[in-house]
Design a binder for this molecule. Structure first.
Ligand code: FAD
Length: 404
């Protein structure tokens, strides 16, 4: 499966940053993480810090899967409204999920605080109603978020027009959001893992996996034997291939990035990411070098060749929508790309074991628009699973919710 098409900006900008070895020996270790994207990198960094002997195995180059294509808006706002989650799982669970995402943004800020150049920056997030019907729903959403003290303000049409130049029936403005370069972050994290004694292999696939009650045995594509007490499958949207049960649907999402613009031209967009309530949505945020990164136009295409053929047309549609929203904004379109994107029915991720593979094989399916925030949450959550400890999100973010 080809996870991305076109020219994902991070890979173009950073190139191949670090070379890691390919697997050329048998391995016997405590924890193997299959996948060297942002999820595997965050997990490897976390577990190494917690004293685990960790080996990461990546079939492509590090970060070269979906993480290279991500637009990497970090939000506490899940694609599924808090009111909808509350209806489905109860208000307390909805609060736990939203609060965990809010905490994840600040945790990630801390995790990357020693990396000078991963383009991490705190942002505001403006979520505007695309139509009157959505504005009504969003008012309920705003009220529930305020009830639980989430950072949020309501902007009426006049305030929205005056402050952002956007004509819409209302918006939720929040001060808790951030942006990052996910590809560079994955590289930097895995370099740190290597310096802290972990092993990282790229261009090395896990081709088979067999779990028993005492451990897991895997074979690499090169025929090497890999033994581990625990395995985490952090293989992004390819993780589904380890399961017979279908737990998510693959879609495609598209993005383009402009040439750098001045802070004067970008105005409030410099530190405010913008997204809308319509589906498929459009969203945008800036980069540290003043580019506007625009994404959305998701569709149900799951065939890389078909996605590839659509990239330019989708980028043009996205650019037209930016022009309609901000008629004064002049920009030159730079790179455009598309990427595979998996979604669960309720917008929540899956972390932990699945009954098909037993208790020593854990999944890190950070699926949904908040994938990177979910990956951060997954670090402590999977540690709780492995160490058989309590965690408030263990049940809600597990496969058990599919059978409840
Ligand atoms: C266009 C787009 C926009 C997005 N925007 C956002 C956003 O704004 N905010 C946000 O939070 N999230 C966003 N996401 C989602 C986010 O990018 C993902 O959640 C995240 O990148 C997934 O990282 P990952 O490490 O789980 O997957 P990946 O980066 O795909 O890494 C998984 C790795 O596993 C490897 N692998 C698979 N099978 C094997 C095997 N058998 N052996 C060894 N290695 C294997 C793959 O090669 C791959 O590199 C977006 C995604 C896309 C595509």
């Amino acid at each position: 499966m080809d996870l991305k098409s076109g020219y994902p900006f991070w890979a173009v900008k950073n190139g191949l940053m670090t070379t890691f070895d390919t697997l050329q020996q048998n391995i016997d270790t405590e924890l193997v993480i299959i996948g060297g994207g942002i999820t595997g990198a965050l997990l490897a960094d976390h577990f190494t810090t917690q004293g685990y002997a960790v080996t990461v195995i990546e079939r492509r180059e590090i970060g070269w899967g979906s993480s290279a294509a991500s637009t990497a808006l970090l939000q506490y706002e899940i694609d599924t409204h808090m009111v909808d989650l509350a209806e489905q799982y109860g208000e307390q669970n909805a609060y736990l999920a939203y609060q965990a995402c809010a905490d994840a943004i600040l945790q990630l800020k801390h995790i990357v605080s020693n990396f000078a150049d991963v383009d991490f920056a705190m942002q505001q997030s403006l979520y505007y109603a695309s139509n009157d019907k959505d504005a009504k729903r969003m008012r309920d959403e705003f009220a529930l978020r305020r009830k639980y003290d989430f950072a949020a303000n309501w902007l009426d049409p006049a305030a929205l027009k005056a402050q952002y130049g956007i004509e819409a029936p209302g918006a939720i403005l929040t001060e808790l959001a951030a942006r990052i370069d996910p590809y560079k972050t994955a590289h930097k994290l895995l370099r740190r893992v290597r310096s802290n004694g972990g092993q990282v292999f790229e261009r090395s696939a896990v081709s088979s996996l067999q779990a028993t009650e005492s451990g897991v045995t895997m074979l690499s594509g090169s025929g090497h034997r890999i033994e581990a007490k625990h395995v985490i499958i952090a293989s992004g949207y390819e993780s589904q291939t380890y399961l017979q049960q279908s737990v998510a649907k693959n879609h495609s999402s598209y993005a383009f990035i402009t040439d750098p613009m001045s802070p004067a031209a970008l105005g409030k967009l410099t530190d405010t990411m913008v997204w809308e309530s319509a589906r498929p949505y459009i969203y945008m945020r800036t980069t540290g070098d003043g580019r506007l990164l625009v994404g959305g136009e998701d569709d149900t295409i799951d065939i890389p060749g078909k996605r590839d053929a659509k990239v330019q047309k989708k980028a043009t549609t996205l650019a037209d929508k930016v022009h309609a929203l901000f008629p004064q904004l002049e920009f030159e379109q730079g790179f455009a790309w598309g990427g595979t994107f998996a979604e669960t029915d309720d917008g929540l991720p899956f972390f932990g074991p699945h009954e098909e593979l037993g208790s020593r094989v854990h999944f890190a399916m950070a699926y949904g628009g908040n994938g990177i925030s979910y990956s951060v949450i997954g670090c402590e959550l999977l540690q709780a699973w492995i160490e058989q400890k309590e965690h408030p999100l263990k049940s809600l973010f597990s496969f058990s919710r599919l059978s409840d």
